[in-house]
Every structure is written in C-alpha cells, then in structure tokens.
Design a binder for this molecule. Structure first.
Ligand SMILES: Nc1ncnc2c1ncn2[C@@H]1O[C@H](COP(=O)(O)OP(=O)(O)OP(=O)(O)O)[C@@H](O)[C@H]1O
Ligand SMILES: [Mg+2]
Length: 251
C-alpha cells in the first residue's frame, strides 16, 4: 500500500466535511475519489497534502505519518497535487512556470540562484531542457514563450499538470484536472494520466465525469456528506445502490 488515510475527521463550523474517513491507495494504480459537490473530496486532498490539519485521524505514506507536516514537507516526500482552481504564475511564461516547479525540487539553494554563479547557469540550462521535455509531453511546447494567462483555459489546466510533473511526483493528486475542458482535451489528459502511471507514479484523481472515471480507474472511492459510502473497482461502484442514490440526489 502506498497511501493510507485513517479515520479522518474535519469540521468547518457546523459542517462535517469529513467523518471517519478511511481508505487506501495502491502503488502505481489510478484511484479515483468521487462524490457529489461538497462531499469532501478537496478537503481530503487538503489534509493529505498538509494544507489542513484534521481534528482526528492520520495519513500514512509508505508507512510513515504525514499528518502534521507542512505542505512543502509533504511535497519533499514526492507527494504532489494540482488544484481545482489553477495555481499558476499568470504573468510568467509557460516555460518559466515549469522552471519554477523544477526549482522547488532542485538541488540549488535560492541564494546561489540569486548569485548566479557558473554552476547555477549550467544547472539552469539542464533544467530548461527538462522543462521543455515536460512541455512537449503535455503538448504545450508551442506555447512555451507565452504568458500563462494568455492560454485558453484547457491549456492552463495542462500547464498546471506540467508544473506538477516538474516536481517529480511519486504520488500525484489531481483535483478535477479536466474540468472546463472540451471532449478532445479530456481524452488527451486521460491518455497523459495513463502514461504518467506507466512511469511508476501513483495517481489519486478527483473527477466528476463518470465516463472518464470508470474508464481509467483501477479503484474508486465514493464520498457522500463527508463519509465513504463505497469503494471498489469501477464495475462494482457503477451498480452500487448507495452510490446511485447519492448521485440521484437523495440521502
Ligand atoms: N475552508 C472552508 N471553510 C468552510 N467550509 C468549507 C471549507 N472548505 C470546504 N468547506 C465545506 O466542506 C464541505 C466539503 O467541501 P469540499 O470542498 O471538500 O467538497 P468537494 O467534494 O471537493 O466538492 P466539489 O465537487 O464541489 O469540489 C462543503 O460543505 C464545503 O462547503
Ligand atoms: Mg472540490
């Protein structure tokens, strides 16, 4: 097992966002976390990645506790997320957005970057090559010199994915990576997610498009009103009576 979430509880005032939530994510598999709006999916991501402390419960990655770590410490362990609303540097070029992502995991300290010594310039050149490879991988090579805000929305989401990949994830958490995309873009991203998994990366995906979720997932976890109401392979989840009820709007 790669990631284990154990008995998480999170409240926001009167809202129980997560109630006794436990699930596991198998290594090198695609696991999807689904559920109606407000079910607690993003909250679960926030807890796993250190943006939010749970009132109860813990998160283990490869047997070690993540709970209590700050977001950058979680990222240092190879756990990388993308955001439901993109988190790009809007006035910075596409290439530089990816370069910034690379620097977050780079070996050079900020001081030597500021001083701009020779080793840094050499590393810069190497990083630029890696950034260009990542952009080619997501199909944004032709946009490298444009500022991020000039890209159409679907391409901004692709850039968000590229920045996540720049951090060299071992576990990648994707929060609605294809929302707002057209069908062709969605198909492209699903293909990319499969290829990322083939490179040994574990994927935890939040997505509302059921056809995509059922087509790509090895395992599906269903949240409803902050509780796990079902988990299993897509075939089981699609015909699960509680899941159908949750999506039809009942309680
Ligand atoms: N920072 C916050 N302050 C107050 N309430 C919050 C906060 N974040 C989330 N909530 C509430 O917690 C519940 C779960 O929200 P969450 O964003 O995790 O849902 P979600 O499953 O990601 O939904 P969506 O599919 O709409 O993105 C909702 O009722 C939401 O309004
Ligand atoms: Mg959400």
């Amino acid at each position: 097992m790669s990631l284990a979430v154990e008995e998480l509880a999170v409240r926001f005032g009167g809202v129980a966002a997560l109630v006794d939530v436990s699930f596991e994510v198998e290594p090198e598999r695609i696991t999807s976390l689904i559920g109606p709006n407000g079910a607690g999916k993003t909250t679960a991501f926030n807890v796993i990645t250190g943006f939010l402390r749970p009132a109860r419960g813990r998160v283990l990655y490869e047997g070690k506790a993540l709970t209590g770590l700050r977001p950058f410490q979680v990222a240092e362990r190879g756990i990388v997320r993308t955001f439901q609303k993109t988190n790009l540097f809007h006035r910075v070029s596409v290439l530089d957005n990816v370069m910034i992502g690379l620097h977050l995991r780079g070996r050079m300290g900020f001081l030597s970057i500021l001083l701009g010594d020779r080793r840094v310039r050499e590393e810069e050149t190497a990083l630029r090559g890696v950034a260009e490879e990542i952009l080619a991988f997501v199909g944004l090579a032709h946009r490298r010199d444009e500022v991020a805000s000039a890209l159409p929305y679907g391409e901004q989401r692709l850039l968000e994915l590229a920045v996540g990949l720049a951090a060299r994830p071992r576990l990648l958490l994707l929060d609605e990576p294809v929302s707002g995309m057209n069908p062709a873009e969605k198909t492209t991203v699903m293909g990319l997610i499969r290829r990322i998994r083939e490179q040994g990366v574990t994927i935890l995906l939040v997505e509302h498009d059921m056809r995509l979720v059922m087509g790509i997932s090895d395992q599906v976890i269903v949240l409803h009103h902050g509780r796990v109401i079902a988990q299993g392979p897509p075939g089981e989840i699609q015909s699960h009576p509680e899941v159908i009820r949750a999506y039809l709007g009942g309680r």
